[in-house]
Design a protein around this ligand. Structure first.
Ligand SMILES: [Zn+2]
Length: 262
């Protein structure tokens, strides 16, 4: 079969794009799900998400998705009609902080909250700490112009969310549990894309990126056990669908990882 000439191929898509209004273009690029009450999952390319959480007086955003996501995220914030109060970050991989700079410019009043360890990575410092021997900076860590405005420690609560240090997938990885609901925004500590809930570092042919990007499998397993002990009412991974009442799936995922990591 003969391939279409390049120019011809481009003109087909350019023609289709021109015929759509601008806001429809943004929608095309971002699917918006409502997996649990007051939470919107904003999905690009089928598997890259961030989550918007609606509270009484505003919105909190968990991670910022790939670069180029700010217009779609801002459109959803405008549709919900509440101010963006906080941007919580789980870790410094590009598909989580890719739109941080663009969002910080659009929403200068929003607090940006993460761990000191992730803030150091965002500043461009790629050195490892002595207690990180055996870990490696795998996957694409991104340097940002934006500096977090608030740093939290493991167990600390801020704006209704408790920080849960969950290193393993990435150095400095932190999950966030909403105190009022028990929902856990677990970043890449657990993944549900590519075939069932699994611990980051367990291989899935359908979505292998977290496997290749994981810094330490033993620590990822330890972190999954720590999350299970919190008895989350829902797990909201960045890659894949949210899991309600996740205890059985989480127990299976932990067993599988314990066998796989030997
Ligand atoms: Zn990651």
């Amino acid at each position: 079969m003969r391939a279409l000439p390049r120019r011809g191929r481009r003109s087909i898509w350019a023609g289709r794009a021109r015929s759509l209004p601008e806001n429809r273009l943004e929608r095309l690029d971002m699917a918006i799900l409502n997996p649990v009450p007051n939470v919107r999952q904003l999905v690009r390319l089928g598997v890259f998400s961030c989550h918007l959480v609606e509270g009484g007086d505003g919105l909190a955003l968990f991670d910022t998705n790939l670069p180029g996501s700010a217009p779609g995220i801002a459109a959803e914030i405008a549709r919900l009609g509440k101010p963006l109060r906080q941007i919580f970050l789980t870790h410094a991989h590009s598909d989580h902080v890719g739109s941080l700079d663009a969002l910080a410019e659009r929403f200068p009043q929003a607090e940006i909250i993460t761990t000191a360890r992730t803030a150091r990575l965002l500043s461009g410092d790629r050195s490892l700490d002595p207690d990180e021997a055996g870990m490696a900076l795998k996957g694409g860590y991104r340097t940002t112009r934006t500096t977090p405005t608030r740093l939290v420690e493991d167990g600390e609560e801020y704006a209704g969310f408790r920080a849960v240090a969950t290193p393993g997938h990435a150095v400095g990885h932190v999950s966030w549990q909403q105190v009022s609901t028990g929902f856990v925004f677990c970043g890449d500590a657990l993944v549900s894309a590519g075939g069932g809930l699994h611990v980051s570092g367990v291989f899935r042919l359908g979505f292998p990126f977290p496997y290749f990007a994981t810094a330490s499998r033993p620590k990822a397993l330890e972190s999954a056990r720590k999350l299970a002990a919190l008895a989350p009412t829902a797990l909201l991974p960045v890659h894949g669908p949210a899991i309600r009442d996740p205890a059985p799936a989480l127990a299976r995922a932990i067993d599988e990882a314990a066998r796989a990591f030997g």
